[in-house]
Design a protein around this ligand. Structure first.
Ligand SMILES: [Zn+2]
Length: 121
């Protein structure tokens, strides 16, 4: 049981892109800091993956993206519980349909029927 949790913890540690310390050091700090550590171990890896995706999205949209903290800090702050806001896609008419006739709008937000969504964005 303990060995399994250690392995799971180490997978998360290996995946974490920020600065990290050795497995035993990180694991013993983690256990000391959080009484519920055994319930949290399995949440680490998916949370790191979520955050990686989120950061990738920020960068791709040229939005400020904070650097990864030290793994110790990330763990101390229970950052695996973080929830990320939805990032709005750049406003564009692409893929939107005309509310009048249901045709796809062109890239400027105009429709063949004369409808224009310009004023909305
Ligand atoms: Zn139309």
């Amino acid at each position: 049981m303990m060995a399994d949790l250690l392995t799971i913890f180490n997978t998360a540690r290996g995946l974490f892109p920020g600065t990290k310390r050795g497995l035993k050091t990180e694991f013993s700090d983690f256990k000391k800091k959080h009484k519920d550590w055994a319930d949290c171990v399995e949440l680490l890896e998916p949370a790191i993956l979520r955050e990686m995706n989120y950061k990738r999205m920020l960068r791709s949209q040229k939005v400020f993206c904070p650097e990864w903290p030290h793994f110790r800090t990330w763990l101390n702050q229970r950052r695996w519980e973080q929830e990320f806001p939805q990032i709005k896609k750049e406003k564009t008419a692409a893929g939107r349909r005309c509310p009048q006739c249901e045709r796809y709008l062109d890239s400027t937000g105009r429709c063949f029927c004369g409808y224009s969504s310009e004023r909305e964005f």
